[in-house]
Design a protein around this ligand. Structure first.
Ligand SMILES: Nc1nc2c(c(=O)[nH]1)N[C@H]1C(S)=C(S)[C@@H](COP(=O)(O)O)O[C@H]1N2
Ligand SMILES: [Mo]
Length: 262
């Protein structure tokens, strides 16, 4: 797996704090312990899931308390649609922004803009096939947020696009459905709960840093969800389905936490 571990300079994580987490592993209940044991959940992921910055022992302890009660159900209950992910000034954008996928950068899918179609399926009453031009014609907005990869790195980026809640409205989606599944050109897929799909910061992103979304970051379109970890931010989306049947996901089916966020 070409997932890289990048330790950010200035990461506030002390080795002492890392030791505490190590020692506390056996006290944690599944699935938190399982994820930590397999080293699937990194400290960055833990920080994101717990909302603690892990900069001191008190913060680490409060994170551990939260983790011990941790599962998808609890996380869904904790989800607050009004809770916004932090936004940052342009000066804080990470350059270059990291690339990550389950393959190397030389294998990024090459998608032809003219032939591209977004296919909608499932519980919806509106248009089922969208061209890139049609997506670009929808009202767009911009957002500078932090992307956190469970592998232990984070980076601030700037994405522009259509608010996903608006898009689901245009597509006539049944907002009472449980899940939205997102299928990608590289056969990656993930799925989110409807409250996350409708969250004000969830963005159907068509641009990065003021330019057309580059292929490495998901051309022609990705879902940018700043309240979720990196693996729940699918790139190169070609199909979206609104469904009540649990769709799982590429990493989720291999043990990553399905809720994967705050
Ligand atoms: N289609 C697709 N989307 C994907 C992935 C992938 O392998 N394929 N990897 C995920 C993971 S684990 C991360 S961290 C981010 C990386 O996005 P970036 O390349 O824009 O940094 O993409 C996510 N979305
Ligand atoms: Mo990731």
């Amino acid at each position: 797996m070409p997932h890289q571990k990048i330790l950010l300079p200035g990461t506030p994580m002390s080795t002492h704090a890392a030791g505490i987490i190590q020692d506390a592993r056996k006290q944690l209940k599944d699935p938190a312990r399982r994820l930590l044991g397999k080293q699937i959940l990194s400290l960055g992921g833990l920080a994101m899931l717990s909302g603690c910055d892990l900069s001191n022992d008190q913060s680490v302890n409060s994170m551990l308390r939260k983790m011990s009660a941790f599962n998808d159900q609890a996380q869904a209950l904790l989800f607050d649609a009004r809770q916004m992910a932090p936004v940052y000034p342009a000066a804080m954008i990470t350059r270059p922004f990291p690339f990550n996928a389950f393959y190397g950068i030389d294998e990024v899918p090459d998608i032809d803009a003219g032939n591209y179609r977004l296919r909608m399926s499932g519980r919806l009453s509106g248009k089922r096939v969208w061209t890139l031009e049609e997506l670009r014609a929808l009202p767009q907005q911009n957002q500078i947020t932090r992307h956190i990869c469970i592998e232990g790195w984070s980076a601030i980026g700037s994405w522009g696009g259509v608010r996903f809640a608006d898009f689901l409205q245009y597509a006539g989606a049944d907002m009472s459905a449980k899940y939205v599944a997102l299928h990608c050109a590289d056969n990656y897929w993930t799925s989110i709960d409807m409250p996350t799909a409708l969250h004000a910061q969830t963005l159907l992103a068509l641009s990065y840093d003021g330019e057309v979304l580059p292929s490495r970051y998901g051309f022609p379109m990705k879902l940018r969800i700043p309240t979720k970890l990196g693996y729940k931010n699918p790139k190169h989306i070609v199909a979206i389905s609104v469904t009540n049947d649990y769709p799982g996901g590429y990493w989720e089916n291999q043990g990553y936490n399905w809720f994967g966020g705050s």
